[in-house]
Design a protein around this ligand. Structure first.
Ligand code: T1G
Length: 706
């Protein structure tokens, strides 16, 4: 008896073949599902008792799309385009009844059916572009035949989900069901089709939606121009080409065009990087503590500090629907903090993304206070006060005295030792680091920093808070800079060394942009303000061990700061920002300072090619990332990837520095580091983990599932 689970079942009810897909968790179209669908259609076609076919999904989805885990593996028949064509070729009417996600290949299956009905929960979309792909199972040819070029391009280039009502208006579906009983609604619609004569309405034969060729050509041309402006991604331009084929070519020829372009996208490194990011953003949610414990409840939260970070965190909490108490030291500071929060919402009102009433409703959940007793009932409190250990100790001493038992006490510190903060109070098990990134209500990354004595459910609570705030959490151990800032310090140092050795800061920024960063390290410094790093360097100089090995110190950044050249906020930094310009222009005086500092350091400047700049910049990033994994500060290489992508601008379509290293090949990365070490053995010390992986012929990915 074959007890294997067949993910596609066919039952016949009153001459209707009900084809049910049951492939948890989201009915992805793995090879067993494709085979089952093809067999079901063949069986329904051959069975004289069957007058029509209904396709429906079991569980929470219709079909979430192709099985993303199959990409990059040898293809297995039947290919999804063939399955879709078989569905469409059926001589009996086929109805797709959609609930939940019908995405990518899932919507392509539905569009190859002759009719579509959806419940209110339906989410229809063609998000392949987010994976570096395009709809490769006829979607680029059928969608325009149903909804026209403009709407099809919008769906495929944005990847957005479309609800049932919008889908009906577009012509993507035929009916929005009145109940959530998707199978019953599907059967009812099949009976309706049969009562109307049971016509087989093949999408490939529809011409009405593309009748006005001029209109659709205008839409295609506009999309092509828009895509050309957005550098970086590979598949959007090919999506436009596919829709052009849908307008110009017969269906079968258009499908061949689609197949050719789909295979180009499949072969692109962007597909590998984006699919890695897709899964990595789900794997980071799986930390030992989130498996071991349940989060504590989070309803009332407190934020201490109404400065830039405190206000940003307050907005993030309010946007999540939480009740927030902002605590400041006095009424004046509190008023400033509240004003910073209101300014965010006033900005949204100005952009007509929020109404005045909406702002009022949000602010009803915000309470201001200047006395710690206001936090007595908070479930979680996060402090965002001045980065000074004495100030942190004073805050946590108050929290220890006032907060209810079980309250989670979090610090937003970006580099102070959280173990030291925790050990100074009577409930270290409740202390955790929640490292937000500025602006805290916008940046997705949230480092969940785990001190030695914290209890597992507090860590789980940090992850739960990230979910509520729609942020991307990454578990980090306690060290200087945790994961992100520690790696940033290293590759920024590598950039400073290259600048002092002969490269212009402007060439380094250009290299980073060419790699896919939105801006380079010196543009970032000008945006954030060079004074922040300057203050940290001065603070650390005071505590630096005089007997420590003399590591090379580049003074260029300090020289700019000594002149008050902090960046955009002072009109100049590495770049000039005349009249408040947002885009800086290179500053000859900065280059003169660089030249002067080289001379003082006794350096004869050398030239660097863009490739040399890039290899050093990335080798430093990857090497430090390997050390961070080796020391357990990051659980896996993918945690480093997600941190750098969601907190530091690393291009998501490259998957992150560790994924990029795997794609380059670790032997090459290690060889680069060893070559650079000949110039500077102190800075370029290969991570033991990197050496080990190369010796064993493994890559970083081999550690992600371990
Ligand atoms: N393939 C394989 N696994 C998938 C999957 C997929 N398509 N979608 C989700 N999963 C896994 C996911 O990794 C997680 O696994 C679990 O399901 C729950 O996902 C030929 C080429 C459907 C809206 O891009 O957008 O079709 O962590 O945590 O928040 O033209 O998943 O539990 O082990 O995200 O409720 C196009 C991708 C594919 C849709 C559900 N389709 N998925 O969200 O759950 S390419 C997509 C999603 C394609 C064709 C082309 C979301 C969701 P684990 P989850 P969720």
């Amino acid at each position: 008896m074959n007890t294997a689970h067949h993910p596609v079942q066919l039952t016949v009810q009153n001459h209707i073949a009900v084809v049910t897909i049951d492939n948890p968790p989201v009915n992805a179209l793995g090879v067993a599902v494709r085979r089952g669908l093809q067999q079901a259609i063949t069986q329904a076609q051959a069975d004289a008792e069957v007058h029509a076919v209904l396709i429906v999904g079991q569980g929470k989805a219709f079909i979430a799309g192709a099985d993303i885990r199959e990409f990059g593996l040898p293809p297995q028949a039947p290919a999804l385009p063939d399955v879709c064509n078989a569905i469409e070729a059926c001589t009996k009417p086929v109805v797709a009844a959609i609930h939940g996600p019908a995405l990518g290949g899932g919507l392509e299956v539905a569009m190859s059916a002759h009719y579509r009905v959806a419940t209110a929960s339906a989410k229809l979309g063609l998000p392949e572009v987010q994976l570096g792909l395009l709809p490769g199972a006829g979607g680029t040819q059928r969608a325009p035949r149903l909804v026209g070029a403009q709407a099809a391009l919008d769906m495929m280039l944005s990847g957005r989900h479309v609800g049932a009502q919008e889908a009906l208006r577009m012509g993507l579906i035929d009916l929005v069901a009145t109940s959530d009983d998707v199978q019953a609604e599907g059967l009812a619609y099949v009976r309706h089709v049969l009562s109307e004569g049971g016509a087989v309405r093949r999408t490939r034969d529809q011409t009405e939606a593309l009748a006005d060729r001029v209109k659709h050509q205008v839409a295609i041309d506009a999309a092509r121009a828009d895509v050309a402006k957005k550098r970086g991604l590979f598949s959007p331009a090919r999506i436009v080409d596919c829709v052009q084929a849908a307008l110009d070519q017969p269906f079968d020829e258009g499908q061949r065009t689609e197949r050719t372009l789909f295979e180009q996208c499949l072969a692109s490194p962007q597909r590998a990087g984006l699919i890695h990011s897709f899964f990595a953003e789900r794997e980071v949610l799986k930390a030992p503590e989130t498996k071991a414990a349940k989060p504590r409840p989070i309803k009332e939260v407190g934020v201490i500090g109404g400065g830039t970070m405190g206000a940003g965190i307050t907005v993030a909490m309010l946007d999540a629907g939480l009740h927030v108490t902002m605590l400041e030291r006095d009424a004046a500071a509190l008023a400033q903090g509240i004003a910073r929060v209101e300014k965010v919402y006033d900005g949204l009102i100005a952009k007509q993304r929020l109404t005045t009433e909406g702002k009022t409703a949000i602010l009803e959940r915000l309470t201001g206070a200047t006395d710690y007793s206001a936090l007595a009932q908070a479930d979680l409190v996060v402090e965002a006060v001045f980065e000074d250990m004495a100030v942190k100790h004073a805050v946590f001493k108050q929290l220890d005295a006032v907060c209810k038992p079980g309250a989670v006490l979090a610090t937003n510190t970006s580099y102070l030792d959280i173990n030291e903060i925790a050990n100074a109070i009577f409930r270290p098990q409740d202390v955790i680091g929640l490292h937000f990134f500025s602006p805290a209500n916008i940046m997705k990354l949230l480092e969940i920093v785990v001190p030695a004595r914290v209890s597992a459910d507090v860590v789980a609570t940090g992850f739960e808070l990230a979910r509520l705030l729609k942020k991307v959490p990454v578990r980090a151990g306690v060290c200087d800079g945790f994961i992100g800032n520690r790696i940033l310090a290293t590759y920024r140092t590598a950039a400073d060394y290259m600048m002092e050795d002969g490269a212009s800061p402007y060439d380094i920024d250009q290299m980073a942009r060419a790699f896919g960063y939105p801006m380079g390290p010196y543009e970032v410094s000008d945006l954030a303000g060079g004074d922040i790093g300057w203050a940290t360097r001065k603070r650390r100089a005071a505590t630096r061990d005089p007997n420590a090995k003399p590591s090379r110190y580049v003074h260029i950044a300090d020289k700019l700061c000594e002149r008050g050249w902090f960046g955009q906020k002072t009109g100049r930094g590495y770049y000039l920002y005349p009249n408040g310009a947002r885009n800086g222009t290179p500053d000859p005086e900065v280059l003169a300072i660089v030249t002067e500092e080289r001379a003082k350091a006794g350096i004869t400047p050398r030239s660097f090619t863009a490739d040399e700049l890039q290899r050093r910049y990335l080798a430093a990033m990857i090497n430090e990332g390997a050390k961070v994994v080796e020391e357990g500060i990051a659980l896996r290489p993918l945690d480093v990837d997600v941190t750098l992508v969601h907190g530091y601008g690393f291009p998501r379509w490259r998957g992150g520095p560790m994924k990029y290293a795997d794609m380059v090949g670790l032997p090459q990365i290690l060889a680069d580091i060893r070559a650079f070490a000949k110039e500077d053995p102190l800075f370029w010390q290969p991570a033991a983990l990197l050496v080990k992986l190369v010796e064993e012929g493994r890559d970083f990915e081999s550690l992600n599932k371990a």
